[in-house]
Structures are given as C-alpha cells and as structure tokens.
Design a protein around this ligand. Structure first.
Ligand code: C5P
Length: 420
C-alpha cells in the first residue's frame, strides 16, 4: 500500500485504489447509509476499517460492517486485539483519511471540545496532523434540522472546520423523524465521490472552466432531427475532473443521459444555436473553455411546425441545410479580457495529428485534443493526442476519467499565470 499522503497512480478511474480509509460511525439513523458507504469505498478500491461508537451499535451491528469490509470492527478503546492495546493510535497511523459518517450532533460537540470519551473521538484526537503524516478528517453530519440549526451545533461545526476538519453536507430533505429541512446525511455515493475528489490534486483551485459536451440535435420537425453518436462521456469526464481539481465548472450539455458530475452547474440544450446562446454569456466569466461537444455541422433551414407526413405518392421531402455557428471559433475570437483559454477537440477517422494541427490554426486556439472519432464514440476509454504550438503529446489509451484528469493537469500547467 502506498504510504499516506502520496499521490496515487493516475491509472485507476475508481479513485480510491490503494487508499486505506478509517470509517467512523457515531449514533444516528443514518448508520444504515454507512453500510452502503463502506461498500462504495470498497468498490472504489479502498480498504476500509470501521470504528463504531457505542451509540452507533444501537442502529447497525458491527457484524454487518465487518461482513461488508472484511475486517473486524473496533468499538472500544480497551480492545485487546491490538498487540500494544492502543487502537486509538494504531488505527489512524496507516490511514489516508478518517471519515466519520454519520457524525451526530453529540459527536461533533465531542470533536469541537477535543474530548476522548470513546475510541472514535479518541482516534480523531490522536490522528497524525503534521505535514507529511497528515490523516485528514472528513465529517458527514446527520441529525434533525433543529439540532443542525441550533447555535451550539453551528458553533461546534465552525470550530471543527477551524481545527482542520472537512464537513461534507449535510443535505436538505425528508428526515427520519418526519421533519423536512437541513441535516440529512449525504447519500453514500455522494460521500464517496467527495472523498475521491478530496484526494485529487487541486491544480485548478480558484479557476473556472466552461465545458460543452454531447451531441446537438437539429430538429427537422417535432419528432425528427439530425444528431450524432456522441455520448457526452468525455466532456462529462472533463467537467468532473475539473471540479475534482478545485475549479468552478459550468457544463453546457447536448441531449445525453448522463448524471451531472457532483458540484458542476449544468445547462441543458438541444441545438447548436442553443448551445452557442448558452455558452456566449458564460464564456467571459470562465478562465478556460473546453469544447468537447460534437456539434452538428448543419441544421435544416426550416424546422416544420408539425410532423412531416408521408403522403403515399412516393415523393420524399427535400431538406435544405445551413451551416451551424462554430461555437469554439466564436469564443476564441472574443476580445482579450473576455476570452477564456480555449481547448478544442478533434474527432478524426485518420491522420489525427495532421488534422488536429490544422484545427489549431483554423480555430485560433492554443490547444487541440485529437482522438479517433469512431473508436471513442460511446466507449468508456479513449486515446488522446494533445497538439499545441510546442508539439504533440499522446495520452495512452485509458478510461475517459483518467484521461480527463491528465488533460486537466495539462491545461493547468499551460494556463497563463499558472504555478503548476
Ligand atoms: O470543426 P470541427 O467540428 O472538426 O471542430 C471540432 C471542435 O470544434 C470541437 O472542439 C467542437 O466542440 C468544436 N465545434 C464547435 N462548434 C461547431 C463545430 C465544432 O464548438 N459548430
């Protein structure tokens, strides 16, 4: 296992490969979500060591958590299984992070006061906090909305944040007690995604990125249109990777059925003209523009108001087409001060580098990312060639998310004023 705080090899898209996570449960109904969280973390490649408070064992059994993680659960600071009888020291030493989910109001109060009544609180207090050996603490609160809103809880949350903890959520919504409001624990998948993002290098901290993704749909009539096989996966992966890297991200998406990456602001559009209309007002407010969308080159001059019917005569309708606006080139021509740093994609069926280099000139952008169109559409993996004025660099075949993270790092390195 790599030692804590070491950057992980970028090759694993799951995000927690090689990580060792201590998952702490304090008492609350949301303990049932911790079972799913342990599984999510395992699926993402982590080994998970569960530690439970006495109260947590009232809601879910250590047996369940042991079965899900494949490791004995710790509940007591007097547990003699550790050879030195010091689980409060040993358990956090090899850990990459300590995640407390659910974190009850009482547990957060204990953290805020630096109390050590039980193993889990003791473990949080004793975790390494010096650079190089740091064991970060992430806390997912779960409680009734009145408890969450109480000034004492808010004070305690502010205190643990000031002491270096990261607070995930809480979410708003239905509560087990019947109330509706803030205080629900995030879903297991959300906590796991936040943890994966936590470990990604923050190469775009303080930056913003605008991304276009997916195909466009150019209506012929209310039920038919011109579109293409773009799945949007590459663009969504770029948006996710940029958000993981600390950027504020806006994603303008054509018609695709993909979940919005966490923390990303999404604007859905259908046609190229709608995509341009969504992008143009956003562009000046972003540092980087990445155009991954497979924008239809042409659209029907007229879209029929009603479905075009066969009349039985054998005559076929004639479609008159007109060229769509070039969104990337339009953004790249914005005046200095309003123009983000632009990255284009080139999906080619042959001679990727040659075509990508030509596109660099034609679109007037500093970076073009080439890929073999037919080989990438709809797939989870891809091969990218980065083409800029300085030369070419191939990012070998890999999962689109892995490639997107590498691309984001490459963009961060090239950005004017970058310290990366
Ligand atoms: O001109 P071509 O479609 O080959 O260029 C591909 C690049 O230009 C991609 O980055 C794509 O998102 C962008 N593009 C665009 N608007 C168009 C056509 C392409 O933004 N109308």
């Amino acid at each position: 296992m790599p030692s804590p705080n070491e950057p992980m090899p970028a090759g694993d898209p799951r995000g927690l490969a090689g990580r060792h996570i201590v998952l702490g449960l304090s008492g609350g109904v949301a303990c049932f979500k911790a079972a799913e969280l342990a599984r999510e973390m395992g699926r993402a490649g982590a080994t998970v060591q569960v530690v439970m408070t006495e109260a947590a064992t009232q809601f879910i059994t250590p047996v369940t958590m042991q079965a899900l993680t494949g490791r004995p659960v710790y509940t007591s600071q007097w547990d003699p299984r550790q050879p030195n009888n010091m689980p409060h020291i040993d358990l956090s030493r090899g850990a990459d992070a300590l995640v407390v989910a659910p974190a009850s109001a009482d547990f957060i109060a204990q953290l805020a006061q630096g109390r050590a009544d039980e193993l889990l609180a003791l473990l949080c207090l004793a975790r390494p906090q010096t650079a190089g050996r740091l064991c970060p603490l992430l806390v997912a609160p779960a409680m009734n909305r009145e408890m969450w809103a109480h000034p004492a809880t808010q004070r305690n949350v502010a205190q643990i944040v000031a002491d270096g903890a990261r607070v995930l959520g809480p979410a708003a919504g239905d509560q087990a007690c019947g109330d509706i409001g803030d205080g629900r624990m995030l879903e297991a998948a959300e906590i796991c995604l936040d943890l994966i993002a936590f470990f990604q290098p923050k190469v775009l901290a303080g930056r913003s990125m605008l991304v276009t993704a997916g195909p466009t749909f150019e209506a012929i009539d209310p039920v038919r249109g011109i579109t293409n096989h773009s799945s949007g996966k590459m663009g969504f992966a770029v948006a996710r990777a940029a958000a993981e890297a600390g950027a504020r991200v806006t994603l303008v998406a054509g018609p695709v059925h993909l979940p919005t990456p966490r923390g990303v602001h999404r604007i859905d559009v259908q046609s190229a003209e709608q995509m341009l209309a969504a992008v143009l007002p956003q562009a000046p407010g972003h540092d980087v523009f990445v155009a991954t969308a497979a924008v239809a080159d042409w659209r029907p001059v007229r879209s029929a108001g009603q479905k075009i019917k066969k009349d039985g005569s054998g005559q076929v309708p004639t479609l008159e087409l007109t060229e769509n606006p070039d969104i990337l080139a339009t953004v790249a021509r914005l005046p200095t001060g309003q123009r983000p740093w632009c990255v284009g994609f080139a999906a080619e069926s042959e001679d990727v580098v040659k075509h990508a280099r030509a596109k660099l000139e034609k679109k007037g952008v500093p970076l073009i990312v080439g890929n073999l169109g037919p080989a990438t559409f709809g797939r989870d993996d891809n091969t990218l060639v980065l083409v800029d004025a300085a030369g070419e660099r191939t990012l070998p075949t890999g999962d689109k998310l892995v490639l997107a993270r590498e691309l984001v790092a490459e963009i961060a390195r090239r950005l004017p004023g970058s310290a990366n």
